[in-house]
Design a protein around this ligand. Structure first.
Ligand code: UDP
Length: 348
C-alpha cells in the first residue's frame, strides 16, 4: 500500500511514519516544511520525503493523491494559543488547504483518513463524548478559540456529505490530547505557544513558574502517543473495511486529570531528576494565571473532555494501557534531549 502523509514531520505524522516503517511493508510518501522529527527515516527505502509547503506545492500534492492509495492530511495548526492569536491563519491552513486535498480525494476516488479533533465537541455537556450522538457545542463568535473547532467540524460535515453523495471513502478520527515525545517543540514552548505538557516541561527546565490557567481545575484525558498510534494503525489497516464511513475517538478515559494535577505530577518528577541538579535549576512554583493574561482575549476553555472509546474498542479491540506517569516521564526525557541540542536544530 502507498500512503500519502501531508505534515509528515508533525507530532502524529512522525510517530505514524515510525510505526508504518517498522510494522508494515507500506510505502510512505510525505511532505513537510521541515525534517526535524523524521531525520532518522530520511534514508529509509520506503520513505519518500519531499520538503515543501502544501500551500505552494499544489501539483506535487495532486500527483501524489493520484499515485497513493490512502491519504492522511495532517497539516493543521492545533494549538489553542494560535487559535486566538491568528484565527485567520487557522482557517486558511486548516480549512481551506485541507478542503483542496479532500476534493482531490473525491476526484481520484482515494480513501481519506482525516484528523477531526476532540475540540469539535467543545463544551459538550455529556459525561463521555460519543462520535455519533453527542452535540457539538461552541461559544460566541467573539471567542476566536472556536475557529479551529468549527473549521474542523465543517470539514467533517463536508467529508461526510461527499461520502454519501459522491462515494468518497473516508474515516474521521478524533484525537483526545495525544501526548509524548515530539508533541510541539521546545521552540514553540519558549514562545508560549505550545500545548500543556510541553509548555510545563519547558517551564520546569528553565525554572519558570507553571501557570494554571483560571486555576487549573479543567480536566483532560491524556493518551500516550504509542497507545494512540495503535488506534490510528487499526484505522489505517481497516480490517474488513470496518472503518469506512465511520468516526472514531482515539483517547484514554482512564488518564483523566486536571491541569493542576498534571502540573503537580511533572513538578514532582522533575524535583528528584538528576538533570535538574546538573543544570542547577531552581524548582518552579505553581501559579494561577487568568485566561485573559495567559492567552489574551478570545479564549474560552473546555472544562471536561472525556472520550467514549466504545466504538473503536468494539470495532477493532483498541485498548490503551500506558499510564500518565510513564507517559510524562517519557516526554520529559525526550525534551531533555531536545533541550541539549537547541540552537543547532532550527527548522521547527
Ligand atoms: N493550560 C494551562 N497552562 C499552560 C498551558 C495550558 O493551564 O501553560 C491549560 C489550558 O488553558 C487548557 C489545558 O491546559 O485548559 C490544555 O491546553 P492545551 O493547550 O494542551 O490544549 P487543549 O486540550 O485545550 O486543546
Amino acid at each position: 500500500m502507498k500512503i500519502l502523509i501531508l505534515g509528515v514531520n508533525g507530532f502524529i505524522g512522525s510517530h505514524i511514519t515510525h510505526r508504518i516503517l517498522n510494522t508494515t511493508d507500506w510505502e510512505v510518501y510525505g511532505m513537510d516544511l521541515g525534517t526535524s522529527k523524521v531525520t532518522e527515516y530520511l534514508g529509509h527505502p520506503r520513505f519518500h520525503f519531499s520538503q515543501g509547503d502544501i500551500t505552494i506545492s499544489r501539483e506535487w500534492i495532486e500527483l501524489h493523491v493520484k499515485k497513493c492509495d490512502v491519504i492522511l492530511p495532517l497539516v493543521a495548526i492545533a494549538t489553542p494559543a494560535t487559535y486566538v492569536k491568528n484565527p485567520l491563519r487557522v482557517f486558511e491552513l486548516d480549512f481551506e488547504e485541507n478542503l483542496k486535498v479532500i476534493r482531490h480525494c473525491v476526484k481520484y476516488k482515494k480513501r481519506i483518513v482525516f484528523p477531526s479533533t476532540s475540540e469539535v465537541y467543545g463544551m459538550c455537556p455529556d459525561d463521555e463524548f460519543d462520535e455519533d450522538k453527542s452535540p457539538l457545542v461552541t461559544g460566541p463568535i467573539a471567542m476566536d478559540r472556536w475557529i479551529y473547532s468549527t473549521s474542523k467540524q465543517l470539514l467533517d460535515r463536508i467529508i461526510w456529505a461527499y461520502g454519501w453523495q459522491q462515494n468518497l471513502r473516508f474515516t474521521l478520527f478524533r484525537p483526545f490530547n495525544f501526548m509524548g515525545p515530539k508533541l510541539d517543540s521546545l521552540h514553540a514552548a519558549k514562545e508560549g505557544s505550545s500545548r500543556l505538557v510541553t509548555q510545563f516541561i519547558w517551564n520546569l527546565i528553565n525554572g519558570e513558574p507553571l501557570k494554571l490557567v483560571d486555576g487549573g481545575s479543567q480536566r483532560r484525558c491524556f493518551i500516550d502517543v504509542d497507545d494512540a498510534m495503535n488506534g490510528l494503525m487499526m484505522i489505517l489497516e481497516n480490517k474488513d473495511h470496518k472503518a469506512d464511513g465511520q468516526i472514531f475517538n482515539i483517547g484514554n478515559p482512564q488518564n483523566d486529570y486536571s491541569v493542576k494535577e498534571i502540573a503537580e505530577k511533572l513538578r514532582s518528577i522533575w524535583a528528584d531528576h538528576p538533570k535538574r541538579k546538573e543544570l542547577n535549576v531552581p524548582l518552579s512554583q505553581i501559579e494561577i494565571s487568568s485566561s485573559g493574561d495567559f492567552y489574551g482575549k478570545g479564549y474560552q476553555d473546555v472544562l471536561t473532555r472525556t472520550p467514549s472509546i466504545n466504538k473503536i474498542q468494539q470495532t477493532f479491540g483498541f485498548k490503551p494501557t500506558i499510564g500518565i506517569d510513564e507517559s510524562l516521564k517519557k516526554s520529559l526525557e525526550h525534551f531533555l534531549l531536545e533541550y541539549a541540542t537547541m540552537g543547532r536544530d532550527v527548522d521547527n
